[in-house]
Write a protein that binds this ligand. Structure first.
Ligand code: SF4
Ligand code: SF4
Length: 538
């Protein structure tokens, strides 16, 4: 065991003003609870190196993402985040529980749509080209709703980022949620930071094998139910679940489940911070949404510096509040030091804030040395000005207006959506036919879609040329006014071939605009479409 003292400690009080963040070493941290577990070679077992505040030990930890260690290729260094309690950790546990429950339970929520229709509240039915979201049913023709929802989600993310920085990354991103869950499982089987490090460095024993096996089996099980829940969003959940358990499900379902099990296992179990740092484009994009008034988790260097170890009872005059304990670093899931400033690797999880608040409480200093703050406030404090919170800014106003505009448009469109739609395609070859009577005939294909949950009859009407004859192939039913009447079952599309003929004397131009109207018999649904009637040039 090394007896060498930490340089800052050797210099005693004279070292107080010295910046002493070497950030190098064995990567071990000391806490009273885990001190017994420390490996023999750890230099910090020397009590002289411990910041002499009750319960606070100085952690010696390597910052994985240190600014000066950035390079094009870097081997992954395993991070052992230490457990931390506090306000933000509690918020994260609460959100994690809610979001996982929503994810796993949603496919099982039922919604009655009548006989013959799926009763799953949220169903992405690609097989029948239909998306169900409770009372809303989206057809392929209405894909603009999906586009609208995606645009709204993106704008919501822009707004949240411009106000609160990487809130999405730190609290709601699936990568963060599943990684948190996997770290919790890891801790359950292998213990907290020091115990895990000791286990990894130690020889393979029966105990180590058992702990690792338990962890990996649980990880794979979580991956399996994650993948299993995902496929339930695409097919009726109870039916598919029964098929899966009796091994009668479609082959593609197993492929999806296995792929998602493996990707969850790898991403949350092994890749972890690598996904956020190297694979996700969001950290690189978000800087354009932030400005000086954006809140981010920050170390208040104006309060914390000059940092130095501190002994109980010593004066705080002429020094900062940071006592160099590095508890903020050992809890960081990204392995970085928040005191290095805003960094691409920082996911804004605020766990360093919880760790530091705990330290501040124990040493009797005000909490919030690491907290949500803005660059503008840093500047104000430097200039001795009043701090200001500026949420309403040009960019937040623009994002909010766009969100209101698009969501109003979507809601209006949903409330006024017709249960009928149709389209007309004019024959291109031949453009027209001259009949033996001298009349001109054009051919059309018309597709009528009944989006309602009941069967309906529809009247087809065409206007634009006087004395026009309408012939619908295969249709015998007509109204009293001799208009074609077509029956279409609920949620069905019917394609009809129509021939229009007009006397040559009534045709004024080579191409005449005409209008198709389809109207529900005894109902309000109505839709129109423009087309043209071609004739020989006179
Ligand atoms: S910022 Fe807080 S937690 Fe981090 S080293 Fe300083 S005192 Fe310790
Ligand atoms: S520096 Fe703090 S906020 Fe950033 S990832 Fe680490 S613990 Fe989370």
């Amino acid at each position: 065991m090394s007896k060498k003292k930490d340089p800052s400690q050797r210099q005693g009080h004279s070292a107080i003003k010295k910046h002493d963040d070497t950030g190098d070493d064995t990567g071990l941290d000391l806490t009273p609870l885990d001190a017994k577990n420390l490996p023999d070679h750890c230099p910090d077992t020397n009590p002289d190196n411990i910041t002499p505040h009750k319960k606070i030990r100085r952690a010696r930890v390597k910052t994985v993402g240190k600014k000066d260690s950035h390079s094009l290729y870097k081997k992954q260094e395993k991070i052992y985040p230490k457990r931390v309690n506090g306000f933000f950790r509690s918020v994260k546990w609460a959100l994690l529980t809610i979001m996982l429950l929503v994810y796993y339970i949603t496919p099982w929520i039922r919604w009655d749509r009548g006989e013959g229709f799926p009763d799953q509240a949220i169903l992405l039915d690609f097989m029948h080209n239909r998306f169900y979201f409770f009372a809303i049913e989206i057809w392929p023709q209405e894909i603009y709703y999906i586009t609208g929802i995606l645009v709204l989600s993106a704008l919501g993310l822009f707004l949240v980022t411009s106000v609160g920085g990487r809130i999405w990354c730190g609290y709601a991103c699936p990568q963060t949620i599943w990684t948190d869950l996997f770290v919790y499982v890891e801790r359950f089987f292998e213990g907290d930071r020091n115990a895990r490090m000791k286990l990894d460095k130690g020889k393979w024993t029966f105990n180590k094998f058992n702990r690792k096996l338990g962890k990996h089996i649980t990880w794979l099980f979580i991956g399996l139910i994650t993948g299993g829940a995902w496929v339930l969003y695409f097919v009726d959940a109870p039916t598919l679940f029964k098929q899966i358990t009796t091994l009668t499900a479609p082959f593609s379902a197993y492929i999806w489940i296995i792929s998602l099990t493996i990707s969850t296992y790898v991403m949350a179990g092994f890749a972890r911070e690598q996904v956020c740092t190297y694979m996700c484009p969001w950290p690189r994009l978000q800087s354009v949404m932030m400005d000086d008034d954006t809140f981010n988790i920050m170390y208040k260097d104006d309060r914390g510096e000059p940092r130095a170890p501190h002994k109980k009872g010593e004066s705080w005059d002429g020094r900062g509040d940071c006592i160099q304990c590095r508890q903020c670093v050992v809890v960081c899931p990204m392995g970085i030091d928040i005191r290095d400033g805003l960094q691409l690797e920082c996911i804004g999880c605020a766990l360093c804030s919880d760790a530091c608040d705990d330290v501040m409480e124990q040493i009797g200093r005000p909490k919030g040395l690491i907290s949500y703050d803005t660059l503008a406030n840093f500047e104000s404090r430097k200039l001795g000005k009043q701090e200001k919170t500026k949420i309403i800014r040009t960019r937040t106003v623009i994002y909010s207006l766009l969100i209101c505009l698009i969501s109003s448009g979507l809601i209006y469109s949903l409330l006024n959506r017709s249960e009928l739609s149709f389209n007309v395609i004019r024959d291109r070859n031949p453009l027209f036919v001259t009949l033996s009577s001298g009349d001109i005939r054009n051919g059309y294909k018309i597709k009528i879609l009944n989006k309602s949950s009941e069967d309906h009859q529809y009247i087809i009407n065409i206007s634009g040329i006087d004395n026009m004859g309408i012939k619908v192939i295969g249709l015998k039913t007509k109204t009293e006014n001799n208009m074609p009447l077509v029956m279409i079952k609920r949620e069905e599309v019917r394609t009809l071939k129509i021939y229009l003929s007009a006397p040559i004397k009534d045709i004024k131009e080579h191409s005449t605009d005409i209008k198709f109207t389809v109207k529900q018999l005894n109902g309000a649904a109505l839709d129109t479409e423009n087309s043209s009637f071609k004739a020989p040039s006179s």
